[in-house]
Design a binder for this molecule. Structure first.
Ligand code: LLP
Length: 427
C-alpha cells in the first residue's frame, strides 16, 4: 500500500501504526485496509467521470457495511450480484435507487427483493430473465428500470484484448447475430420494464483502454440500431469494470482519468456522428478501488530449505484467504515487515498451511536468508477478491478486515471463530 512506511526500528507502519502492534492486537492472518486510500480512490473515480456519469463500485471485490457507508459518503453507487450483497447494501443504508443488480442467474426471490426495495436498475442477462423481471415487476405494480447486458465480441484478457466474432461465455446477449437487438425488441414490449440502457463488461485486470474503446464503439452502434428501428434513444450506457491494478512493480495500470477520457471521447464522437444525444455513462470499478487499499499480514511458521531449488516459507493462512494465486496464477509481491534485514536474498515460495501443494500465496519472491519463524510478512494489493473469495477450507477461520485511519485501527469484519463454524453444523 502507498501508506506503508518504516519506523526507526525498521518495523513497517501503516497509517502511523506499527505492524507488530497490529499483529498483537488483531492476530494474523489479517487484512489491513487503509480507509483514506479507499475514499481517495472513490473520489478519483468520481472526479474523473464528473457529474455526467455515475460510478458504481462492484461489491463483489469486497463488501461490508463500512464499505457501503464510505461509498455512500463519497457519492458512489453500488453494483451487487446476489441477495447477500443486496442485503448488506440495504442494511448499511445505501439508497436503493443507487443500487444495480447483476447476475446471469438471478433467482425469482432475488429479483423480487430487488424490485420491492426499488433498486435503480436490474441488468438483464438472458431472454428468460427479461420475462421473469417483467412479470415480477407487474405483479408488484411496478415498472423496473433495466439495462440489457450485451457481449460486444471483445475478449479482454490480462494484458491484451482479442476481438472475437462470437463470445463463448455465459454472460450477456451477443451483439453479433442479433441476440442483443432481439432482447431489446422483447423488453420494449413489456409493461413491467423501463429499458434505460445497454450494459457491457469486457473483463477484468485490463491495462489497456483499447478494449473499452471497442466496446463503447459497438454499444453506441447498438443505440443507433435501436433508434433506427424503434425511434427511441436509450438514455444510458454502462461500460462495466475491469481496470487493472499493480500487483507487482512491473504492472503499469491506467488511471481513472485516462479511462474516463478515452470512453468520454469515443462516446461523444460516435454519438455526434450517429446523430444521437450523448447517453449518461456509468462504470463499475471494483478492483481498481479496493484492491490497492489493503494488504494481508501473515506470520511465518515453518521454513523448509530445498537445496538447489528454493526455500518454502509457510505462513499461517494461504488459499483460504487468497485463492487468486492458485486460481489464476496471479502474481503478488511480499515483504518482511517486522524488522529490516541485511541478509542475502533467498529465492522463496510463500505457501499456506492447507493440504494442497497448489496452496501458494507468492510463487517466487526473494526474502532475506535470515528469515525466521515469528517474522511478519505483508502481501500488498489484497483488497479485492481475497476476503470476498475467502473460504473455510480445512475449517480455516476467515481472517478479519481491519480498517486503519488517522493512527487508529478498527475491525470492520471480525475474525471467524470456531463457534461460527460449529453453529452451521447442525447434524
Ligand atoms: N461489473 C461486472 C458486471 C463484473 O462482472 C465485474 C467483475 C465488475 C464490474 C468489476 O470488475 P473489476 O473492476 O473488479 O475488475 N475474481 C476475479 C475477478 C472476477 C471479476 C468478475 N466480475 C479476480 O480475482 O481477479
Amino acid at each position: 500500500s502507498r501508506t506503508v512506511t518504516r519506523n526507526a526500528e525498521g518495523v513497517a507502519t501503516v497509517g502511523g501504526l506499527d505492524v507488530k502492534r497490529l499483529a498483537e492486537e488483531f492476530g494474523t492472518p489479517a487484512y489491513f485496509l487503509d480507509e483514506d486510500d479507499f475514499r481517495a480512490r472513490c473520489r478519483a473515480w468520481r472526479d474523473a467521470f464528473g457529474d455526467e456519469a455515475d460510478v458504481f463500485y462492484a461489491g463483489k471485490a469486497f463488501l461490508s457495511r463500512a464499505v457501503v457507508r464510505w461509498l455512500h459518503e463519497e457519492g458512489l453507487n453500488l453494483d451487487v450480484c446476489s441477495a447477500g450483497e443486496l442485503a448488506t447494501a440495504l442494511d448499511a443504508g445505501m439508497p436503493a435507487e443507487r443500487i444495480a443488480l447483476h447476475g446471469n442467474n438471478k433467482s425469482a426471490e432475488e429479483i423480487t427483493r430487488a424490485v420491492e426495495a426499488g433498486v435503480g436498475r436490474i441488468v438483464l442477462d438472458s431472454f428468460q430473465e427479461i420475462v421473469r423481471v417483467a412479470h415480477i415487476a407487474e405483479r408488484l405494480g411496478k415498472r423496473q428500470r433495466v439495462q440489457i447486458r450485451v457481449t460486444v465480441g471483445v475478449e479482454a484478457h490480462t494484458h491484451e484484448f482479442i476481438a472475437t466474432a462470437h463470445e463463448d461465455q455465459k454472460f450477456g446477449l451477443a451483439l453479433a447475430g442479433g441476440q442483443a437487438a432481439e432482447a431489446v425488441r422483447r423488453a420494449l414490449k413489456l409493461d413491467g420494464l423501463e429499458v434505460i440502457g445497454i450494459h457491457s463488461h469486457i473483463g477484468s485486470q485490463i491495462f489497456d483502454t483499447s478494449g473499452f474503446e471497442v466496446a463503447a464503439h459497438r454499444v453506441v452502434g447498438l443505440l443507433k440500431e435501436i433508434r433506427d428501428e424503434h425511434g427511441i434513444e436509450l438514455p444510458e450506457i454502462d461500460l462495466g469494470g475491469g481496470l487493472g491494478i499493480a500487483y507487482t512493480p512491473e504492472d503499469d495500470p491506467r488511471e481513472p482519468h485516462e479511462i474516463a477520457k478515452a470512453l468520454g471521447d469515443i462516446v461523444t464522437r460516435e454519438c455526434a456522428a450517429a446523430g444521437l444525444a450523448v447517453p449518461r455513462l456509468s462504470v463499475e470499478p471494483g478492483r481498481a478501488i479496493v484492491g490497492p487499499t489493503a494488504f494481508t499480514l501473515y506470520e511465518v511458521g515453518t521454513i523448509k530449505e530445498l537445496p538447489g531449488l528454493r526455500t518454502y516459507v509457510s505462513v499461517d493462512g494461504g488459499m483460504s484467504d487468497n485463492i487468486r494465486t492458485a486460481l489464476y496464477d496471479a502474481e503478488y509481491s511480499v515483504a518482511l515487515v517486522s524488522r529490516t534485514s541485511t541478509a542475502a536474498p533467498m529465492l522463496s515460495r510463500v505457501v499456506g498451511k492447507h493440504c494442497e501443494s497448489g496452496d501458494i500465496v507468492v510463487r517466487d519472491a526473494f526474502l532475506p536468508a535470515d528469515l525466521a519463524p515469528g517474522d511478519l510478512l505483508a502481501v500488498p494489493a489484497t483488497g479485492a477478491y481475497c476476503r470476498s473469495m475467502a473460504s473455510n477450507y480445512n475449517h480455516a477461520l476467515r481472517p478479519p478486515v481491519v480498517a486503519v485511519k488517522d493512527g487508529a485501527a478498527r475491525v470492520i469484519v471480525r475474525r471467524e471463530t470456531e463457534e461460527d463454524l460449529l453453529r452451521l453444523d447442525v447434524g
